[in-house]
Design a protein around this ligand. Structure first.
Ligand SMILES: [Zn+2]
Length: 277
């Protein structure tokens, strides 16, 4: 079985040009992930890329099998995950092209499987115990500082910290919802950041979100609201430099054996009842 130490969950723009990519199909106790894993070497590291929405972008945010995605990554050896994603800005100063590395998340999704510890037996007969995972700081502090440093190294001053609110989608927010999110002091709004981060934490993985603002959300702008065309245009304009920053982060992450961040201690004292892959 092919192996990788770092996982990147994002679009095909992040790996399609790499040479010597190995496609690996992984099955998990939770079903199939969004797509095959694409393993390659980058900055001297082994990386597994996973297209979050599938290679043809056919999976809407609420139908992504987040559990299978994280389980599949861990099963090929991944212990640190980077999650680039497109978000809407909730403040006028976070306009299109802003790169924000959040340090908090708020869950406003409605119907997503968001834990591995749900009492359902795995195919091998083992049953996960009741586990309450520490999640006060949802993102890896080591990964966050690597991401911030990498962006600055590419002359792209990032927003250091902020709260991502994750909505169920697939529709965009109403103006009232968006104004409420902004009034709560939250920074950006997305549709995939949850449960990706918490499932990574439940598997003891480091997870770092890198959020690219593609539009001002309905409450922060005065036009006709978010349009998908505009989101795609801004993402296309920025995908190149986001890829450069991502690759620099990959090279800067610690070796798997050197990890000692809070992510690795999330289950200290717990008996999980199951064997993580
Ligand atoms: Zn970590």
């Amino acid at each position: 079985m092919a192996n990788a130490e770092i996982g990147v969950i994002g679009g095909s723009g992040f790996y399609s040009f790499l040479e010597d990519v190995t496609e690996v199909t992984v099955e998990t106790p939770y079903g199939a992930p969004s797509d095959s894993l694409f393993l390659g070497e980058l900055a001297g590291r082994t990386v597994a890329f996973l297209p979050r929405h599938g290679r043809d972008h056919k999976l809407p945010p609420h139908r992504i099998n987040y559990r299978a995605n994280l389980w599949a990554l861990r099963s090929v050896g991944v212990r640190q995950v980077l999650g680039p994603c497109a978000v809407g800005g909730l403040r006028p100063e976070y306009g299109p092209g802003t790169l924000l590395v959040p340090d908090q998340v708020v869950d406003r999704t409605k119907a997503r499987a968001q834990t591995f510890f749900d009492g359902h037996p795995l195919p091998d007969g083992t049953v996960p115990n009741v586990v309450h995972t520490t999640f006060a700081d949802p993102y890896c502090p080591v990964g966050r500082s690597a991401a911030l440093k990498a962006a600055r190294g590419r002359d792209w001053e990032p927003v250091d910290g902020g709260t991502m609110v994750v909505i169920e989608g697939p529709r965009f927010s109403t103006r009232a919802e968006s104004q409420w999110h902004a009034a709560m002091g939250w920074s950006v709004v997305g549709m995939t950041g949850h449960p990706e981060a918490v499932l990574a934490r439940e598997l003891g993985l480091c997870y770092t979100s890198m959020s690219l603002v593609t539009d001002l959300d309905a409450g922060a702008e005065t036009g006709e609201g978010v349009s998908h065309t505009e989101v795609l245009r801004v993402f296309g304009e920025n995908v190149g430099r986001l890829r450069e920053v991502l690759f620099d982060v990959v090279g800067a992450l610690p070796e798997t054996s050197a990890r000692d961040c809070l992510c690795t201690h999330a289950h200290d004292g717990w008996d999980l009842g199951i064997e993580l892959p």
